[in-house]
Ligand binder design. Sequence first.
Ligand SMILES: Cc1cc2nc3c(=O)[nH]c(=O)nc-3n(C[C@H](O)[C@H](O)[C@H](O)COP(=O)(O)OP(=O)(O)OC[C@H]3O[C@@H](n4cnc5c(N)ncnc54)[C@H](O)[C@@H]3O)c2cc1C
Length: 489
Amino acid sequence: MKLKAGIIGAGIGGLAAAIRLARLGYQVEVFEQSARAGGKLNEFRQDGFRFDTGPSLFTLPHLLDELLDEDLRFRYRKLDVVTQYFFDDGTRLSAFADVEKFATEVEQKTQVPAKRVLRYLKQAAQIYRLTAPIFIFNSIHRFRKLFTWPNLGRALQAFRLKPLSTLHGLNQKTFGDPRIIQLFDRYATYNGSNPYKTPGTLSVISHLEHNLGAYFPAGGMYQIVEALLAQANRLGVRFFYHTPVESVIAGKKSVSGLRVKGENRSYNLVVSDVDIHHFYRTLLPDSRRLKKMERTERSSSALIFYWGMKKRFPELELHNIFFSQDYRHEFSCLFEQKTITNDPTVYVFISSKENLADAPADMGNWFVMVNAPEAAGQNWEKLRQRTRQNILKKLQRILNQEIENQILFERILDPVTIEELTGSFQGAMYGPSSNSPFSAFNRHPNFRSDIAGLYFVGGTVHPGGGIPLCLSSANIVAEIVEEQLTEKK
Ligand SMILES: Cc1cc2nc3c(=O)[nH]c(=O)nc-3n(C[C@H](O)[C@H](O)[C@H](O)COP(=O)(O)OP(=O)(O)OC[C@H]3O[C@@H](n4cnc5c(N)ncnc54)[C@H](O)[C@@H]3O)c2cc1C
C-alpha cells in the first residue's frame, strides 16, 4: 500500500513539498482553505487588467526549474534594469543587471567610486558562497548535516560574514553617500527586517539580485503557481480547496493524520505550510512554543494599493523605488511605533511593462506598496487614507505630474487582510524578523524531532521567507523523508 502524505496549505512551500513527496512515491493530498493555490503569491483580474498581488521579484529561478518536467517549465526573462531608483533630492539611478554598468551609473550619479560597488558585490558573493550551503540549502537543526568538514571550513571564515556590524553600519562604512547607503540598506526589507538592526550578513541579498540576476516570468508571477500546480497534478496530487484543516492529529511521539471537515483522515506524514504561529495557535495548540514565539520580533508587513492606470508612464520600469528622505525614521515608525511614516519609501511594480497583456493598450497596472508594521490594533482605515495621500503627494512631486486622476480603479491589501487571506500571524510577511545575528537559529526547524512524521515548510520556518527559500524548505523536508525511507529499507 502506498504511503500517504497530507499537506496543509497550497502556498509555494506546500506545492513544492507536494511535488517532491509525490516523486518519492507518496500519495499526496493538499488542503487549502481558500478557493485557489498560491497563498501570498496570487493574482486577480479586473476590467482588462491583471495584477500579481504578492511577490514581484523572481530570483534563483533554477530552484523552480529543478522541480518541473522540462515541458512544464515556463519562459522567464532576465531583467536589464533590475530597479529604477528615485531619490528625494531628484537623483534618478538605474540599477542595471550588468554590474559594471551599474557601478559606473553609481559613480556618475553620486561620485561613489565604481570599484567600491564592485568590491561590495564581490564580498556579497563570497558571503553567499559561505552561508548558502549552511543556512539556505541545509537544515541547521540536524547536527550531522551541520557539523561537516566543509561547513567547518566555512565557519573558519565567519569573520567575512559581517555578523557583528549592522547592514546599515556596513553600508555606511563602505559607501559614505547617503543615497547608496539607502539603496543597499533596502535589502533588509526583502525579508521584512530593519537595516539598522539586521546583521551585515544580509548584504548577501544584493548578490542574488545584482550578481545572479532578477527575472520575470512570461505571463506574470502567478505562472510560478500554475507551473507547480500542473506538475503536482501530473504526479497525481489531489487538491481540496475551500477546505481548512481543523487540527493535526498527533500523539506524544508521532503524527497520525489531520482533522478536516469534522472527519479524521489518516496520513503517514503531515507537512504544514501555514504560518508557524497560526499552526501552534490553532492546529496543534502549544502555549509554551507560542509564548516563545511572541517574544521574537516579527517581520514587517505591507500596505498595497493596486491601481488600474489610464496611461503608460515611459519613465518607469518594471520595478521602481521612490525613497523616503529619512530612512531611519521610517524604520523606527515600523518597528518601534508600529505605524507608517508620513514620508514612506514607495515601491511601484508595473508587470504590464514586461507582460503587455496585463493592462489594456496604453494603460498600466500599478502595484504600489509601502512597508507597514504588523497588525497590532492600529486604525487601518485612518492609516490607509493618510498613507494614500502621502504616496500620491510624493509620486506627483517626483514624477512632476498628476497621478490621482489617472487611477481608474483601486483595490487595497493591508496587514489585516493579509492575515485574513493567508493566515499570516498579524500580517507579518515573513514570520519572525531577522533583526538579530541569531535569527537564523531561532527559526522553527523543518521537522519536530519529538513527533515523527511532522514537517514544516514555507516562509515562516527555516530557512525563511521569499520564493527561493520556501522552495528550499520543501527540498530539505524531502531529503529528510527520503533518508528515512532508505534507512527503513
Ligand atoms: C506583498 C508581498 C510581497 C512579497 N514580495 C516577494 C518578492 O518579491 N519575492 C519573493 O521571493 N517573495 C516575496 N514575498 C514573500 C513570499 O510571497 C512568501 O515568502 C511565500 O509566498 C510564502 O509561501 P508559503 O509557502 O509560506 O505559503 P503562504 O503563501 O503563506 O500560503 C499558506 C497557505 O496556507 C493556507 N492555509 C492557512 N491556514 C490553513 C488551514 N488551516 N488549512 C488549509 N490551508 C490553510 C493559506 O490560505 C495559504 O494559501 C512577498 C510577500 C508578500 C505578502
